[in-house]
Design a protein. Structure first.
Length: 299
């Protein structure tokens, strides 16, 4: 059995209580959002208490709340990618609009989305790679906003719409949207229409999402053109098309993240150079490689 330190458990509880500050629903709804009994949450919010949660639940919460089990914390950096996503999410939230961001893998899209969902009031995150079809998506979204996720699909969807109408300026971030099943196109349009003017939507994906939507529009597949229209009829993107400009973009990106997370910066230039080394089709690997290189350099 995995043994968790008391320090780790305390940090998970602290992160949970901190997340409550950004949720406008009731304590009961917040407890449901994290699949915790409301009486247990009532005791947790007073501070860490041994025995209230299982090891598995601590791990689940720690993962969702980005609590590191290591002593060294991965520091958040305001990269160009983060700043753009933050500005667009805040726009969607303030004006209940929809936008779509599509770009290269490993530039920090998911990290930015998760961070914002934990720090912006009433900002909710759903990973569509784990919820590709209508039923799992509805249950995942219901859990994210604190609504009851059990029951028939039509009932869960009505709860979602009702809850989001109650919350002030909610915004839903849908990540990994390129993985969505074709049946989700009409589902997303339904959610948008039911909450038009009352909820913002921000859709994220890699370049495969652009190809999927463009193909659907070109072949007049039902729902694609309407959904794209609701997402402002434009893809947001940030990685430059020009090769030299793209290389310089990745240099700034990797350097800023590595520099903020290194204990010894003497090898910074070397690690950045390794990050920019291309090994497939002339493409640069991005931040996943940067993190791996940093871990290896400090072992």
């Amino acid at each position: 059995m995995i043994e968790l330190t008391t320090d780790y458990k305390k940090r998970v509880v602290e992160a949970l209580v901190s997340a409550r500050e950004n949720y406008s629903g009731s304590d009961s709804d917040f407890a449901r959002k994290w699949s915790i009994d409301k009486t247990v949450y009532s005791r947790l919010k007073k501070g860490y208490q041994e025995g209230l949660l299982s090891v598995g639940k601590y791990i689940e919460l720690g993962m969702e709340l980005n609590v590191s089990s290591r002593e060294r914390k991965w520091n958040m950096v305001r990269t160009e990618v983060f700043n753009l996503i933050e500005a667009e999410v805040k726009f969607c939230k303030a004006y209940s609009k929809g936008k779509i961001f599509v770009d290269k893998c490993a530039i920090g899209k998911t990290y930015s989305a998760k961070y914002l969902s934990q720090t912006l009031p009433n900002c909710f995150y759903v990973d569509m790679s784990q919820a590709k079809k209508p039923i799992p998506f509805a249950r995942a979204l219901a859990r994210a906003i604190g609504a009851e996720a059990k029951g028939r699909l039509v009932t869960v969807k009505e709860r979602i719409k009702y809850y989001l109408k109650l919350l002030p300026n909610p915004v839903v971030i849908i990540d990994e949207a390129g993985d969505m099943d074709i049946t989700m196109v009409s589902e997303l349009k339904e959610y948008y229409n039911a909450l038009d003017g009352m909820c913002g939507w921000y859709v994220l994906g890699a370049n495969g999402l652009r190809a999927k939507i463009n193909y659907g529009i070109e072949h007049e597949t039902s729902g694609y053109e309407e959904l794209f229209s609701r997402l402002s009829d434009k893809y947001s993107t940030i990685v430059p098309a020009n090769k030299d400009e793209r290389t310089e973009f990745y240099r700034r990106l990797c350097r800023s993240v590595l520099e903020a997370n290194m204990t010894d910066r003497s090898s910074l230039d070397k690690l950045v150079a390794l990050c920019l080394k291309t090994e497939k089709d002339g493409e640069i690997s991005g931040l996943r490689r940067a993190e791996s290189l940093l871990i290896l350099s400090e072992m």
